[in-house]
Write a protein of this length. Structure first.
Length: 89
């Protein structure tokens, strides 16, 4: 297996699996049935949703996605480096 084929496969994997169009939420709601979020946190007394709570939730999701992407990229780069070192001997 040549080094260029390994790099091509890693790049292909990166493009296919890390593409923004392919992201599907696989997050599982791990709250117990009796443990639903408090309504007072999300809805004010007038019945409106607090935008700050929604924005914070979006920030948490984006941070989690960013960490996952950085971890995946680190694994790919580590694999490429290790394979490159092995093939250079």
């Amino acid at each position: 297996m040549s080094y260029s084929l390994i790099v091509f496969c890693a790049f292909h994997w990166l493009v296919v699996y890390m593409s923004a169009e392919k992201i599907v939420s696989t997050e599982i709601n791990d709250l117990a049935p009796s443990m639903s979020p408090k309504k007072s946190e999300e809805v004010s007394s007038s019945g409106r949703v607090d935008i700050n709570i929604l924005l914070e939730r979006v920030r948490k999701v984006k941070e989690k996605e960013r960490r996952t992407n950085i971890f995946s990229l680190g694994l790919i780069l580590s694999l490429i480096i290790v394979v490159g070192i092995i093939l250079s001997f």
